[in-house]
Design a protein around this ligand. Structure first.
Ligand SMILES: [Zn+2]
Length: 247
């Protein structure tokens, strides 16, 4: 073998090795990126038409994610730790009666304590994927019109139900329905006074429509964790105010 051929061969080997190292590096970086997405599905940024950029409250608990008419989630975002709650209405699809593990356990403790007082509080729907929210929203638009839909229903990607941290609850005393009169039932009153002890807040309080963007929903509870829930309850705040989103 001539000296020239040897040098050529060395060069070829060098470049092949370099290529392999780069390829390996790219592969590993992709793995890291994917595992990050898997671990914190809520750490996303995206732009929906006509909406502000999606943001997650940096430095706050993942249970304090803010989803409203401004902030939303991707179509594919889905929590990985969804579990079925034990206290649920039988007349609704079970597949939509799941919450993230910590929230589900907290809700079951809440419902158990209510039961001890002779009250029945059950989940009608909790986690809703983007596709189901889209279907619901389209149905409401057709049957109830634009105004009603804007007041009560979230656009797909902008529903708290997609976080797995929100639940609509009701009771036999309210016919298992979601209606303002639930607030006047024994269950509705107990829920308003006690939900915070289990880490939940009444997410859309009466008279705060201008801040939350929704009419009073005494049936929609949102898990934020016990500490924040107590502060929000005691301060008579909305989640938007608590997170400093209201200037
Ligand atoms: Zn709801």
């Amino acid at each position: 073998m001539t000296r020239k051929t040897k040098i050529q061969e060395s060069f070829t080997t060098f470049f092949v090795l370099l290529f392999l190292v780069i390829a390996m590096f790219c592969f590993l970086m992709n793995l890291v990126k994917n595992s990050e997405v898997g671990e914190s599905y809520l750490d996303v940024t995206a732009q929906l038409p006509g909406k502000h950029e999606i943001e997650v409250m940096q430095g706050k608990s993942e249970y304090l994610i803010l989803i409203n008419k401004t902030y939303g989630l991707h179509e594919t975002d889905e929590p990985e730790d969804l579990v079925m709650v034990s206290f649920r209405a039988d007349n609704r699809p079970a597949q939509y009666q799941k919450l993230r593990a910590e929230a589900a356990a907290a809700f079951d403790r809440l419902a158990q304590e209510a039961k001890g007082q002779g009250l029945t509080i059950v989940v009608t729907t909790a986690y809703r994927p983007y596709s189901y929210q889209k279907q619901l929203n389209d149905t409401y638009l057709k049957s109830n019109g634009q105004l009603w839909t804007e007041n009560y229903s979230a656009e797909p990607g902008h529903s708290e139900h997609q976080t797995g941290l929100a639940a609509d609850v009701s009771s036999p005393s309210a016919g298992y329905e979601l209606k303002p009169a639930f607030a006047d039932t024994a269950e509705g009153k107990w829920l308003a006074d006690n939900a915070h002890r289990f880490g939940f807040i009444i997410r859309y309080p009466e008279g705060r429509e201008a801040i939350t963007g929704y009419k009073y929903e005494p049936w929609h509870i949102r898990y934020v964790g016990a500490g924040p829930a107590a502060e929000i309850y005691n301060g008579n705040l909305t989640l938007e105010e608590y997170l400093g989103e209201v200037k």
